[in-house]
Design a protein around this ligand. Structure first.
Ligand SMILES: Cc1cc2nc3c(=O)[nH]c(=O)nc-3n(C[C@H](O)[C@H](O)[C@H](O)COP(=O)(O)OP(=O)(O)OC[C@H]3O[C@@H](n4cnc5c(N)ncnc54)[C@H](O)[C@@H]3O)c2cc1C
Length: 472
């Protein structure tokens, strides 16, 4: 029997990276989408940067955002982990990660990523409205959500998605007691210097060129107990980006302007090459807080027609560079669930329930992984740091270890974090939901669909994938 298609009008609060990605995937899934953004113009401000790891590269490719961004997506060759004096202790060939996951690992300026997303969202018919700060949401007796903006414009939606970042109004309305906090005094400066300048200077040139003067694109980390520095190219190799981790005595909870002298002072004893790159930074320079939200007990209201995604419900420390990536995964996952509402398989509240059931543990995992990576990069000098470095020794000789403290190349992390397919996970979550909560298994072998995807279907060509004949 043909199912009845349902019209679904989704309101998204916040046109950040998570909100715009969600709008694209939801429009693709057949929803009518309106995005309400507080700012007076669309765009990401400041020296924001983004690692597009394979788990989100797959989404950008699917929706054509990679084409919209073009050559500003930078492919790079190697990842090097160093002690603060520059001694190399860990190494990953990025091609090995890309081969294992089947997708590229890109580096991109936040502005270019956001512009590409907005471009695609507009082409897909998303209604993006600026100057639209949401100030109030109310339940309607007919099960819809009524939203008011600061300029007194009103909207009615079937579902409202709170993608309004760390200071989320939607979350504050649902869960007023939740307060994002910095776990300790750890925080970060962000800075970009011209790549040309780095290439011209004889000291810094070593970071971006080989002995024959050819451009080498690498991501570098200098680890120390007092703070690490991570650097990589952006914007078609026109920008050399640095995120400079450090500690303040008191936890930092807002962006603060700092002097270049302060930054130089923080990294006095580091590799002369990265110190020279720091000398090239031009003010204004900002210190960014690393605020953590949750884990929360729920991401939705009792009626399950208002749901949170992204930093609004799971902001995390930046050490795995997965905050925006996780926001984008949320949007893609939720869109698959809403597609099942549009085609009549799920109710809105069931779609939200599937989203929470599957995505909440994943976001908590990313938060944990992020904490752990910071802890590893900031270990005190001594036996623990030495043991960490020993796990990576084989990498320096070109071998991939079965297990490594270099989480950017460690096989477990690569598969759990970078190979993750949010949309396949959603399809599986929906199928299990419709199967009375039981995972869908192959009728003969009883293998679960998710395991088959992980273990066999990643290398099998279409038409030869492990058979899943549902056992109900
Ligand atoms: C130092 C640092 C480095 C980082 N590096 C990386 C990295 O390399 N890779 C990565 O994946 N992540 C990184 N992150 C994390 C990343 O920046 C965030 O996780 C990501 O931007 C969250 O996206 P979002 O769309 O959920 O929220 P946001 O980007 O915060 O977007 C929220 C949007 O909602 C709007 N808004 C707010 N309130 C309202 C309202 N009431 N009404 C309407 N609109 C509203 C805002 O104007 C904004 O446009 C880093 C973070 C820090 C601090």
């Amino acid at each position: 029997m043909a199912r009845r298609r349902r019209d679904l009008h989704v309101g998204i609060v916040g046109a950040g990276i998570g909100g715009v990605m969600a709008s694209i995937a939801m429009a693709h899934a057949g929803c009518t989408v309106t995005v309400l953004e507080a700012a007076s113009q669309l765009g990401e401000i400041g020296a924001g940067i983004q690692m597009v790891t394979p788990n989100v590269a797959r989404l950008l490719i699917k929706y054509g955002v990679d084409k919209a961004i073009g050559k500003d997506l930078v492919r790079f060759d190697e990842f090097n982990l160093r002690r603060k004096d520059g001694t190399k202790v860990g190494h990953t060939f990025i091609k090995q990660v890309e081969d294992a996951t089947g997708f590229p690992w890109w580096l991109v300026h936040r502005h270019h990523l956001h512009t590409g997303l907005v471009d695609v969202a507009r082409k897909r018919g998303v209604n993006l409205r600026i100057n639209s700060r949401v100030v109030q949401l109310q339940q309607q007796p007919d099960g819809k959500v009524f939203v008011t903006t600061e300029h007194k414009h009103t909207y009615t939606f079937d579902l409202l998605v709170g993608s309004d970042g760390i200071q989320s109004v939607v979350r504050n309305t649902l869960f007023p007691d939740v307060k994002p906090r910095p776990p300790n005094g750890n925080c970060a400066y962000r800075a970009i210097v011209p790549y040309d300048e780095v290439r011209k200077d004889p000291l810094t040139r070593e970071l971006v060129e080989d002995k024959n003067g050819n451009l080498v694109k690498t991501m570098e980390v200098w680890m120390a107990p007092t703070g690490y520095i991570i650097s990589y190219p952006l914007s078609d190799c026109k920008d050399f980006n640095m995120v400079l981790n450090h500690f303040q005595e008191k936890p930092v909870d807002c962006v603060e302007e700092v002097s270049l002298e302060e930054v130089k002072d923080q990294y006095k004893g580091y590799d002369p090459r990265i110190k020279r790159a720091i000398d090239m930074i031009k003010p204004p320079i900002s210190r960014w807080p690393l605020l953590v939200t949750g884990p929360l007990d729920s991401w939705s209201n009792a009626e399950k027609n208002v749901v949170l995604i992204g930093d609004a419900c799971h902001s995390m420390v930046n050490h795995m560079a997965q905050g925006a990536a996780t926001s984008m995964e949320d949007g893609a996952f939720l869109a698959q669930c809403l597609g099942a509402v549009v085609d009549g398989r799920l109710s809105i509240s069931d779609a939200v329930a599937v989203h929470e059931k599957c995505r909440m543990p994943k976001a908590s995992y990313k938060q944990q992984l992020s904490f752990l990576n910071g802890w590893l990069w900031l270990l005190p000098d001594g036996p623990a740091a030495d043991a960490r470095d020993r796990t990576m020794k084989g990498e320096l000789e070109g071998r991939v270890s079965m297990r490594s403290a270099n989480l950017y190349g460690d096989p477990t992390t690569v598969l759990e974090c970078y190979e993750y397919d949010a949309e396949a996970h959603a399809r599986d979550g929906i199928a299990a939901w419709l199967n009375a909560g039981r995972p869908v298994r192959d009728a003969t072998s009883t293998v679960e669909r998710l395991e088959a995807e992980k273990i066999a279907n990643w290398f099998l060509p279409e038409g030869h994938k492990f058979p899943i004949r549902p056992r109900m």
